[in-house]
Design a protein around this ligand. Structure first.
Ligand code: GSH
Length: 215
């Protein structure tokens, strides 16, 4: 098996972190076809990275589906809790990441890729801050860090959360997480994990390389 990977991608990073947490021997390789080309789309119809290349030649897209597959296929070193409510909370974190937080960051990513793209920075700041406020309140009510082991939900959220400061920080000096104590405590806790930290460092290096190419 191989993971077709992009180091800057929060979606690929969550899978890299899980692979390392589960101690799986899966090579991580860059795509050999250029993204968005007809060749890429013909080979991988959903058109996105990451992809898990299976040994029989099939490709599995969608990071969460890949992570669930790896948990099902390799139950050792589980990152999906057995206890139903803990498992549900892990899924809430993953779902919140992809349905609330990542969409709120989209205009920032778009502006990074397309310098001519403009958006209302004050309004978008408020959208992101509102999403973070909800997350802070949810964490406060649902996660007790002292009793909490790293789950798939944490692994999904952490790389996208890293991008919050980076993307919003390109446009404002405000600390967008100011006052969100539960969220900040969770962030300190999650990035103290060596595999999470490694994934974040890889994203940071890839982003630094992207920025130096453009300047
Ligand atoms: N829902 C997908 C999203 C993956 C995604 O958006 N990947 C980006 C890289 S961060 C990508 O492949 N973009 C290429 C493109 O849109 O052409 C997942 O969870 O895997």
């Amino acid at each position: 098996m191989q993971l077709i990977n992009l180091n800057h991608s929060p979606y690929a990073t969550r899978v890299r972190i899980l692979i390392r947490k589960k101690k799986l021997e899966i090579d991580m390789v860059a795509p050999t076809l250029a993204l968005k080309t007809p060749e890429f789309m013909a080979a991988y119809p959903l058109g996105k990275i990451p992809l898990l290349a299976l040994d029989d030649g099939q490709y599995l897209p969608e990071s969460i589906a890949i992570m669930e597959y790896l948990e099902d296929a390799f139950p050792e070193h589980a990152c999906r809790p057995n206890e139903p409510l803990a498992a549900a909370k892990s899924r809430v974190m993953a779902s919140f990441t992809d349905t609330h937080l990542a969409p709120a960051l989209l205009p920032y990513f778009k502006a990074m890729m397309l310098p001519e793209f403009t958006f209302d920075k004050n309004a978008q700041y408020d959208v992101v801050r509102t999403a973070l406020e909800k997350l802070d309140q949810w964490l406060k009510a649902n996660i007790v860090l002292e009793n909490h082991a790293l789950t798939m939900g944490d692994i999904v959220l952490a790389p996208t959360f890293w991008w919050v400061d980076v993307t919003v920080g390109l446009h404002t000096k405000n600390d967008i997480t100011e006052g969100f104590d539960s969220l900040n405590q969770w962030w300190d806790w999650v990035r103290s994990d060596a595999d999470v930290q490694r994934g974040i460092n890889e994203m940071a290096s890839a982003f630094a390389a992207f920025q130096s190419q453009r300047s």
